[in-house]
Structures are given as C-alpha cells and as structure tokens.
Design a protein around this ligand. Sequence first.
Ligand code: NAP
Length: 420
Amino acid sequence: MEIKNEIINARVTFRKSPIHVLERFTFNDLTNAYSSFRDNSGLNECVILQTCNRVEVFGIGNQTDIEKIKKTWASLAGLEENAFLDNLEYSKGKDVFHHLLNLTSGLDSMVLGEEQILGQIKNSITNARENKWSSEHLNTLFDKTIRVGTRIRNSTGISKGSISVGSMAVKLAEENVDDMKSKQILLIGTGEAAALVAKSLKRRGYAFSVSSRTIQRSESFSKTVGGKPVDFNEILTGLGKYDIVFVATSAPYFLVTFERIQEALKQKSGGIMLLDLSNPRTVDEKVAELNNIKLMNIDQIAEMVDKNMRSRVGQKNTAEQIINEELPVVEASMKRLEAEPIVKDVFKNIDNLRNKELQKALNMLGDLDDDKKKIVDELTKAIVESIVSTPMNNLRKETEQGNDDLLEAVSKLFDYKKKE
Ligand SMILES: NC(=O)c1ccc[n+]([C@@H]2O[C@H](COP(=O)([O-])OP(=O)(O)OC[C@H]3O[C@@H](n4cnc5c(N)ncnc54)[C@H](OP(=O)(O)O)[C@@H]3O)[C@@H](O)[C@H]2O)c1
C-alpha cells in the first residue's frame, strides 16, 4: 500500500524562457486547468501560480508523473510536448519547499525582493483553497512559506527601496521635486521601459499623461498600464504644461530639443525635471545648462539601480541563510502531515470501540446519575489517551524525521486504509 505523498513543482519562468515564449505556456481557463491536472495527472491537490514572469504548477499525489503533467499542460496550452524541452523546470519534495521559500521571499524574482510575487502567491493559494483544488498539504506548505517569506522581507529589508530603472526614475523624481502629487507628469513612450515607469507611478498613486507617436498606441497603453493619453505633436510643442517628464523611446534623434525646452520654460514659472531613460538619448543633454532644468539620463539612473543592487547583496545572503534554517522546519511539518491521517484514524477507531464498551458497561450498571456517568466516561477516555498518545506522538516524531518504516508498520498494525 502506497501511503506516501509526493510534492512536485513544474514551472516555466523568465529564467529559461523569454516573455513571448512564456506566454505560450499560460492557462487561459484556470478552472479547466485545475480539473485537468487533477483528473489526468495523478495530482490530488494542485495550486497554479501564473504571473507575467512565470507559470507554475504545484501538486501532490502518490503517483506523480512528470510525463502526465507535461501531457496535460501541453493539451491545455495547445502545445507540442517537445515545447517543454528547453523551458520546463521540475522539482520534487524538499526542492519544492526550497523553491517556494525563494519565491515568497522574492529571491527568485527578476527584480530581487520585489513585493508583487507575494500577493500573487497569496491569491493563488486563496483561489485554490476556496475552490478545494488544494487541501491540507498544499495549504500548509503555502501558509508556512508565506509566513517565512514575509518574515524574511521584514527582517532583511530585501523588499525595501526601488530597483527597476522605471521605479528608480520615479524615486529620483520624488527626491528632486517637492510635493510630486501636485505636479503635472508626462511620460513620453509606450514601450517596455515606459511601462516600468508607468507601473511605478501608478503604484505610488501619481496621475500622469502618456504620449506616443501613434495615439492608438497611447490609448491602448493607457488602458492596460495607465495614464491619460495625449497627442504627441501637442506635447512636443507644449512641454511647458508639465513639471516632470519621463522620456523612454527608441527614437534615433532628440525629441526633447534645446529649443523646445527653452520655449517650454517661457510658458511656465517653475522648472522642469527631465528623466531620460532612452539609450541613445532622446533628450538633448544641452538642456541641462538652462536654469530651472534638472536632467537625469539613463546612465545616472542605471548607476543608482546598480548601487541599490549592491547594497542588497548582504540582504540576499541573510535571506538565504534564513531560508536554509527554515527549510528543515518546513520539511518536518510537511512530513508530519503524512502521519496525521493515520493518527486521526487510529484515535477515531479506538474512540468508537471505547464508546461501544462504555455503553455496554453503563447499561450493565443500570441507573446512574449524570455525575457518575461522567466519571466512568472520563475514566475510559483517560485510559485510551494514556495508552495511545505515546505511540502516536512517537509516530509523529519519527515521521517528521523521515522514518517511513514506522508509518508503514503502524498502518499495517492498525489496518489503515488511505482515503483517495
Ligand atoms: N526595456 C527596458 O527595460 C529599458 C531599460 C532601460 C532603458 N531602455 C531604453 O528605453 C528606450 C525604449 O526602450 P523600450 O524597451 O521601451 O523600447 P520599445 O518597447 O521598443 O518601445 C519603443 C518606444 O519608442 C517609441 N518610438 C520609437 N521610435 C520613435 C520615434 N522615432 N519617435 C518617437 N517615438 C518613437 C515607440 O512608440 P511609437 O511606436 O508610438 O513610436 C515606443 O513607445 C530605449 O532607448 C532603450 O534603450 C529600455
């Protein structure tokens, strides 16, 4: 009889697959994905984590089989099975616990320590729990690793501060401009770099306008990432309306020229802060010579990102150290879960027997008042408890330490049948 469960994780992430490849592995219909994994891949419990940087399946079963998982995944995503060759990573047992601890603490993120992943993991487990796709094992594993991840973030400060060029640019603007919430902010560009800026602005609650050569591109950017779309030609000749301008385009010439900024300054009383994320530059560096202009280019922004990264190396080491200390604790809790169904079953069966014998004895004793009945009841409970507790606690301890022989022996002794 197979009584042991095995936890697995199959994943396609940004580490091996660029975003456009990763997209092909996503599940469009999560409910369907969950039931397919349960019905066709031998998983009794399942949690799916799907973000723009990763698609991951966590599962548990007594007969987990990567080939079945790949087959199910391929059919859900409409892929050939060989699509997984260079993209899939697969872990089992302790490695899954380690991976999940890395995830919850932000060590496996593209941007070290980023916060978003923790919320995404919480949403995934909440959704799985509510729909009963996950149960005791994965719920326990996720709850514990989320707790450890949160503690690591709090105690190491790994999540503090900004780190992408986009959020660093926003941070620099905040450091250089007073009361940024009251300022007019413009973002020129609607590509990847602009999206980093937009996300950070949005996260920090700043309203902003966005502009791209084609208004349709600004409009769709505004719908998906944020910002108020504005006409490109208008902004180039009307930069004076803005106090902070982020520029992130791949134009091969200066869009923000010396003359345009000179004109802009005439239209306003205060100054303008310009943050040029473009490489090559799209803001003419000469504008920095003008009074009331602050300019930061991509090299300066990237240098700050680097500095921030370097200061995190120590935090990363501390986080890894905590993970290594916590890993055996998580592992022990998960192993202990293997003993729980047997322990519960044994207690339940013995309690049924106790009750049966108790009723017989009470019938033989005839009319007893409630106090006396209670004494007899408690006596039987105490006898059962004192006989069964020690072996059951020993079973728990041995299972925690990975001694499966005792688990096998106890299940044979007590005729335990695993419920599917
Ligand atoms: N991606 C990053 O993580 C990153 C990081 C640091 C720096 N950068 C730099 O940021 C700049 C943009 O990179 P990206 O990755 O965001 O590129 P992208 O995704 O290809 O987007 C390019 C952007 O530039 C605009 N654009 C292209 N040619 C233009 C022109 N002649 N005049 C006006 N706008 C023009 C495009 O809008 P339209 O199509 O509407 O013109 C689009 O908004 C590059 O200089 C890059 O080196 C990027």
